[in-house]
Design a protein around this ligand. Structure first.
Ligand code: 9MG
Length: 286
């Protein structure tokens, strides 16, 4: 278990997200036809904006808008199509919820730039800056940036992933990406790290990363974890995606108790409630 840490703040385009007072909940909004859990549900912009408002009402601190699926085996889409899906949705969410932090889930600097212009303040980049322009785009906007570990790319990442020591290798990779981002001029306080549950990892790898999540604390940045409805939960419980909310709550509770500052989830209402209880226990005088 981690001791309750000293203040940790995440800077994002002029906002300061306090990652020490309580766990921040990032709600997933996939504006895609093919995402693994909610693909096709929010392609209509009206439905997407309404779902964002629902998540805000349910307690989301951040809404993560994505226009390209990163599920295992997903085919890439063009930047133009990705931009078309997300920009107007972000503009409308930002207008309706001016205090909300919006993140853009993209690996493309071009999409990130358009989304930041439209009102997003965080870039959630599952490739941790592989696009050579991504760091410059984030730096220019002063945006928050999630650096996530992924082995390979979504099309191939689940083809027999292999590590000698998954925790050490993922941590070393994140340390190197922090250094690269800082070298590109991004302020350290803008960065958040994520071990990338399910991105080029088998069940054993995912469980090891969660079990040893406390190992990421000394990277000195907020830790984001996204176990929501993922395959490892289905494998443990033998349940389909739409019946994994309790399994997600279990993984989230463990993650918070072992150092997660931000959790990325589909089921905001249920997970906010679970997170509040874990936060209260973790901060109790004892
Ligand atoms: C886009 N996306 C899907 N799963 C994710 C995870 O675990 N972390 C982050 N940062 N993004 C994710």
């Amino acid at each position: 278990m981690v001791a309750m840490a000293e203040a940790l703040h995440w800077h994002a385009s002029g906002r300061v997200l306090d990652c020490s007072a309580r766990t921040l909940v990032m709600g997933v909004l996939n504006v895609t036809p093919d995402s693994f859990s909610d693909g096709g549900r929010f392609l209509d912009p009206d439905l997407a904006v309404a779902h964002a408002s629902r998540m805000v009402a349910d307690g989301a601190d951040i809404v993560d808008v994505g226009g390209e699926s990163t599920r295992p085996g997903a085919e890439p889409v063009t930047a133009e199509e990705e931009r078309r899906r997300v920009v107007s949705v972000i503009e409308r969410i930002a207008a309706e919820h001016p205090r909300l932090a919006i993140s853009i889930d993209t690996r493309k600097s071009e999409v990130a730039a358009a989304a930041l212009e439209a009102g997003a303040c965080i870039v959630n980049d599952v490739s941790a800056g592989r696009d050579p322009e991504m760091f410059a785009v984030a730096r220019e906007a002063g945006a928050g940036l999630v650096l996530m570990h992924m082995l390979g790319d979504p099309r191939t990442m689940q083809e027999a992933p292999r590590y000698d020591d998954v925790v050490a290798e993922v941590k070393e990779y994140l340390r190197e990406r922090i250094e690269a981002a800082e070298f590109a001029g991004i302020e350290p306080q803008a960065l958040c790290v994520d071990p990338g549950i399910g991105f080029g990892k088998n069940l054993e790898h995912n469980l090891a990363l969660l079990k040893r999540l406390d190992a990421f604390a000394d990277l000195g940045r907020p830790v984001l974890v996204g176990p929501s409805r993922k395959r490892f939960i289905g494998a443990i419980l033998d349940l389909p995606q739409d019946e994994r909310v309790e399994g997600t709550a279990g993984a989230v509770a463990w993650a918070i108790a072992h150092g997660a500052h931000v959790v990325r989830v589909h089921d905001v209402k249920q997970i906010v409630r679970a997170a509040r209880v874990v936060d209260a226990i973790a901060r109790a005088e004892a």
